[in-house]
Ligand binder design. Structure first.
Ligand SMILES: Nc1ncnc2c1ncn2[C@@H]1O[C@H](COP(=O)(O)OS(=O)(=O)O)[C@@H](OP(=O)(O)O)[C@H]1O
Ligand SMILES: [Mg+2]
Length: 452
């Protein structure tokens, strides 16, 4: 059986701290999961990770072989991937709780005060939680994070209620860290620690070194409306996205349901309740650059402990390359992308299916899973796409066998700061070169006569 790259690779290369404190990657397939490694700055961290599933070890060598062909040293990022996937699982759980309370009737009070407060609570809480976890595991001094939220509004005197809510949610979430195989704080974080964790995400990226990008709640409107949204975490090194982790808490069990209005989702979920072991909705998908594989694992159920590989399975883009059979997805909001321009392209290319309009980077996940073949986004002139809105999705699609470029066919450039500078015309993702070329030719043919 094809086992997750991540699982077998970790089992194969559990870092081992020698007497002098240096880390080596010792080959121990039956290791009993205490993961040690050293920060470049003290203190040395001890990570309590769950036992690794020994069934993973059978495919270690195969995975290692395929890795060495695809990329010189992708194993460099195993520890980062491990922590990132678990942190995003935790963030999904946090967001589900906030979204449930947001759409429950009992929460009218919060909504009437400020329609944006619940989503901003989720934004800040996820950012604080992920930032805190990354800095615990990789050391605060060397940790650079580019993220969407700043701390200004939350620090104002009139935001004290919001701040209390954020601190409580962060502490509730971190208290659950052991269930996800991570170590939480010894005692609840105080207000200043939470603010510090949020404001630590103030990197502005750039062409050299290593930084994380985080979109704590991508698809704000989808989140508020009880619909699709994503939590996106990526690691960028020297301008290249090397890891991508995307949490999609509302991704439905059946792909057809993606196009249903969120109210139907809830009704359907009630009508077809999941059995205790079956996948209800939601997953975390992830990929490591150069591995040639992308994975998805279901969200951790509320009473369960994350035992790796947590039923992970590989995802692969669709094999459809006939435009007549392909599904294209695009932003829900007309303000974010021209629906009329994509309708023209669809006509030119012979795309016959209705567009799939889905909020957030869930669209990238849909392509990686093979639930759709094309993603197109044409923002209005002057809008600058942000790196955190694309980084995780790009590497996941690429490793799942697909392509992502701008609408001239150039790679997206993550090395120029917080924006995708130089992005030409729009963003295109597809299941493969044949469809990709057709889209770019269609764009070329109609760009000059468009109003974009
Ligand atoms: N005017 C405009 N044009 C283009 N893009 C914009 C625009 N405004 C915002 N954004 C960014 O789009 C993110 C939402 O994802 P999508 O573009 O896929 O849109 S949608 O949610 O499906 O409507 C959204 O991410 P979040 O802010 O995290 O929700 C924004 O970063
Ligand atoms: Mg976003």
């Amino acid at each position: 059986m094809d086992m997750p790259l991540y699982c077998s690779s970790l089992a194969a290369r559990v870092p081992h701290v020698s007497g002098d404190g240096r880390v080596s990657n010792k080959l121990t397939s039956n290791h009993v999961g205490s993961l040690f490694f050293q920060h470049q700055n003290p203190p040395k961290q001890i990570l309590s990770l769950p036992k690794f599933d020994q069934s993973c070890s059978s495919s270690i060598m195969e995975d290692q072989k395929s890795l060495s062909v695809a990329s010189p040293e992708p194993e460099k990022y195993y520890q980062e991937l491990d922590v990132a996937v678990r942190a995003v699982q935790m963030a999904c759980s946090l967001c589900q709780r906030v979204q449930d309370s947001l759409i429950s009737k009992s929460n009218d009070q919060i909504k009437s005060k400020d329609d944006n407060s619940p989503v901003t609570v989720a934004d800040w809480s996820v950012q604080a939680t992920v930032s805190w976890l990354l800095s615990e595991y990789f050391g605060r001094k060397n940790l650079s994070i580019v993220a969407e939220e700043d701390v200004q509004k939350l620090s104002r005197a009139d935001a004290s209620e919001l701040l209390v809510a954020v601190v409580n949610i962060v502490n509730e979430c971190l208290a659950e860290a052991p269930r996800f195989g991570l170590k939480g704080p010894d005692k609840d974080l105080g207000t200043s620690e939470v603010l510090e964790a949020i404001s630590h995400c103030n990197s502005s990226g750039g062409p050299t070194g290593r930084f994380w990008t985080l979109d704590p709640v991508d698809g704000t409107l989808g989140f508020v409306r009880g619909d699709q949204y994503a939590i996106a975490l990526a690691l960028i090194e020297d301008g290249e996205v090397v890891l991508g982790v995307l949490g999609c808490p509302n991704y439905p069990m059946r792909k057809e349901w993606l196009s249903y209005h969120h109210r139907y989702h809830r009704i359907i979920t009630k009508l077809t309740p999941p059995t205790s072991e079956s996948w209800d909705k939601g997953f975390v998908t992830y990929a490591m650059k150069g591995s040639g594989k992308a994975w998805m694992q279901p969200l951790l159920q509320s009473n369960k402990k994350l035992v790796w590989p947590n039923s992970a399975r590989p995802v692969r883009v669709s094999s459809i390359d006939d435009p007549g059979l392909a599904t294209f997805c695009e932003p829900v909001e007309r303000a974010n992308s021209s629906h009329s321009f994509t309708a023209g392209l669809a006509h030119t290319m012979g795309l016959r299916k209705q567009p799939l309009r889905v909020y957030s980077m869930v669209k990238y996940a849909a392509i990686a899973r093979g639930d759709a073949e094309i993603f197109m986004k044409f923002a209005r002139a002057g809008y600058k796409e942000k790196i955190w809105d694309h980084a995780a999705g790009v590497v996941i699609i690429q490793e799942a066998g697909g392509m992502v470029t701008d609408a001239r066919g150039n790679p997206l450039d993550f090395s120029k700061g917080i924006y995708l500078e130089g992005l030409d015309r729009g963003v295109i993702a597809s299941a493969g070169p044949k469809l990709h070329d057709k889209i770019i030719s269609a764009v070329d043919a109609s760009w000059d006569s468009s109003s974009l």
